[in-house]
Write a protein that binds this ligand. Structure first.
Ligand SMILES: Nc1ncnc2c1ncn2[C@@H]1O[C@H](COP(=O)(O)OP(=O)(O)OP(=O)(O)O)[C@@H](O)[C@H]1O
Ligand SMILES: [Mg+2]
Length: 263
């Protein structure tokens, strides 16, 4: 199994939107996918299952060593797609406990997910690289970083680079898949210029070729609690995530070779 954290220092950059739609793209391609909401604000759960606030979830698993993974897994209409909500447990304890406090339990979670037969565990985290998010990053195989394509966002690039370096220190075996530009507005010079500027500032292999356009469909989809691909007119928007999926697969392949596993 491969675990991928979707994280960023900044909030509101599109992590949850990318997580839901990318997980759905993998699941549609036949990859047995578990989407985990590791944000105590619970936006994946909120949008995907109405009763998710009542479900035991990821934070309950961290808080209660006796809780089995099976209690958390929520199936969807797509056989290859399951969810884990963020759950009931307060994040005060989790956040206040500091980084490293939940490392063992996060690792136990990922081992259980793998043993349950999933091919991919995609984890939507809260903004910031500390606390439980830090423990998730330290335990994952790979990370991708959504970044909003707007000038203000680009000014945070030095911080982003610093963040990338910190990630490598936190987890030396972490595969940094790169930065994914989100909310790109092709009809707005400031947005496309910001996207181009980011490509100049970061090493080429650190920025995904695929860019997520700004599209009201994504807001409509999350309001209805759905990945965009299941909307009647969502096929076009889903194509973008199919291409992001293909890019991630090709980035992960060489890493497998490096570790001596055949393709
Ligand atoms: N490609 C897009 N086109 C249009 N709107 C988008 C797009 N991506 C995200 N949004 C909207 O932008 C807002 C922030 O997106 P999202 O919740 O995915 O970000 P986030 O990084 O998960 O935020 P947080 O840090 O609060 O968890 C949401 O209202 C979402 O619907
Ligand atoms: Mg979010």
């Amino acid at each position: 199994m491969i675990s991928i954290a979707v994280s960023s220092q900044k909030g509101g950059v599109g992590k949850t939107t990318v997580s839901i739609n990318l997980a759905h793209a993998f699941a549609r391609a036949g990859v047995r996918t578990l989407l985990v909401d590791a944000d105590p604000q619970g936006s994946v759960g909120l949008s995907l299952t109405r009763q998710s606030r009542l479900l035991a979830g990821f934070y309950d698993y961290l808080a209660d060593p006796g809780l089995p993974l099976d209690r958390l897994i929520v199936p969807t209409r797509l056989e290859t797609f399951s969810l884990v909500a963020s759950g009931q447990a307060s994040d005060y304890e989790a956040g206040g406990a500091g980084m490293g406090a939940h490392l063992a339990r996060v690792r136990a979670f990922l081992r259980s997910v793998s043993a349950r037969g999933f091919d991919l565990c995609l984890i939507d985290t809260a903004a910031g690289l500390f606390g439980v998010t830090g423990d998730v990053i330290a335990s994952s195989d790979a990370i991708m970083i959504p970044q909003q394509a707007e000038p203000l966002g680009i000014r945070s690039v030095p911080k982003l680079l610093e963040g990338l370096n910190r990630l490598r220190v936190m987890n030396p075996r972490l595969s940094v898949l790169g930065v994914c530009l989100t909310m790109v507005q092709h009809d707005l010079a400031e947005s496309t210029e910001a996207a181009a500027a980011l490509r100049q500032l970061l090493p080429p292999d650190m920025v995904f070729q695929t860019q997520i356009p700004r599209d009201g469909l994504f807001i409509r989809a999350s309001a209805r609690g759905l990945p965009v691909g299941v909307l009647e007119d969502g096929a076009g928007a889903q194509v973008v995530f199919d291409s992001l999926r293909a890019e991630i697969e090709s980035k992960l392949e060489p890493a497998d070779h490096r570790h001596g596993y055949p393709g």
